[in-house]
Design a binder for this molecule. Sequence first.
Ligand code: GDP
Ligand code: GDP
Length: 443
Amino acid sequence: MNYTVSIVGRPNVGKSTFFNRLVGRRKAIVHITSGVTRDRIFGNSEWNGVKFSVVDTGGFSFATSENDVLEKEIKNQIFIAIKEADVILFLVDIKMGVLDTDREIAKILRKSQKITLLVVNKVDNGILYSDTDFFHLGFENCYYISAINGSGTGELLDKLVEIFKDKFVQKKEKIINKEFLPRFSVVGRPNVGKSTLINSFLDKNHHIVTHISGTTRDSLDVFYKKWGYECILVDTPGVRKKSKIRENIEFYSSIRTVRTIEYTDVCLLMVDAVRGWEKQDTNIFRLVKTNHKGIIILVNKWDLFHNKNFSIQKHFEFLIRKKISPFENVPILFISAKNKNGIHHIIPLADQILKSRKNRLKTNILNKIMLPILKKNPPPSKKKKKLITIKYCTQLPSCTPIFIFFSNFPQYIKESYKRFVENQIRSHFDFRGVPIQIFFRKK
Ligand code: GDP
Ligand code: GDP
């Protein structure tokens, strides 16, 4: 992990002298960027085995004597430092004391809340100083150095390395914590409104945590934290409309969809209300089911239906459930991602599904409810003499719900009976939107 330190301060406080001390004159790489962003000088440094970059943002400081221009340029320099640095070293000159420009710079730096160390330079001068002068600038950490002879710089560098190490640990913890958050992915054909939904969820409380493109995982992860819910929302962006390889859109998007689904807890399968349920939607649905992921169906662009009466919605729902049969027990929401209608139900529902997916039924409760039903409705048998019975059932301690039913003749139990058993489980326990697996085993 390479961290960056920026040196800021008004002209003549000793920024380039200090920069050269840190990186060594020959190692300095000069980047000259024209335009609004000023010249910056980058270099690499190392202290106690920890490497870091140093930026001297003051490459322009010889520029002008006009106060207003100077002020603008200093502000530019600080703006760059705030943007690029992990830690800012704010240099002042002990000979001159605190000037108005120093106070102004201090104000901007304090507001930015970036870690800033106040560095009082030129202490080799033999000038007596009082801490309180610089204390008024409002920084907790103050270091007295001489950029020319190096005195005091060791202590400052020790502090820098300590900050980098803390930052590294914090970052690692942040990544680890995020890995444990539930992942809800928006999947669906191109143009159904997936990105629009993610954008509607985005506001100042959310930020993008990763943007991994390429072969392994091509998805956009957004950290969502609101109303007591915390999760990662995943969009499957990419080639789509703007692509030159238009004919491959479906192909690429389906590969991305497969990958996204693998890394998901609950899929939000979005369909276009205007186009209705299409074959591709069935394919995606099956993919979610065979991966045993939770699922919610979002019928998007519902705003385009002016006649949104209840019977139309019911009919729509009926058609979808027919297409996804026999796993019909899936929540279907009618939303407008664009107008943000109905979207506030999505996360709580996904969270509920997440819980149901992890739900472990107690064996005695499961048997108490299921066995009488199965006794009353035993699996049909061709061989009349051989009555197929189910004696016992249990849920495995797996990540997704798997039920085992023990029978005398499991080999004779048909798919249709399995569906009957699944429906019975669903009617007594909440597994809405959760695919469940059922196996019959020999007792
Ligand atoms: P910048 O404009 O902030 O980059 O400042 P410079 O690094 O160009 O330094 C301005 C002047 O201060 C130069 O004449 C330096 O030799 C002098 N200077 C820098 N650091 C020190 C120091 O630690 N002690 C003394 N006495 N002079 C210094
Ligand atoms: P994606 O390819 O699935 O990410 O789809 P986009 O989010 O890019 O949306 C595709 C198009 O559908 C855009 O023109 C959106 O403005 C439009 N769109 C998305 N959501 C809605 C909606 O709720 N209502 C309407 N009328 N249009 C929508």
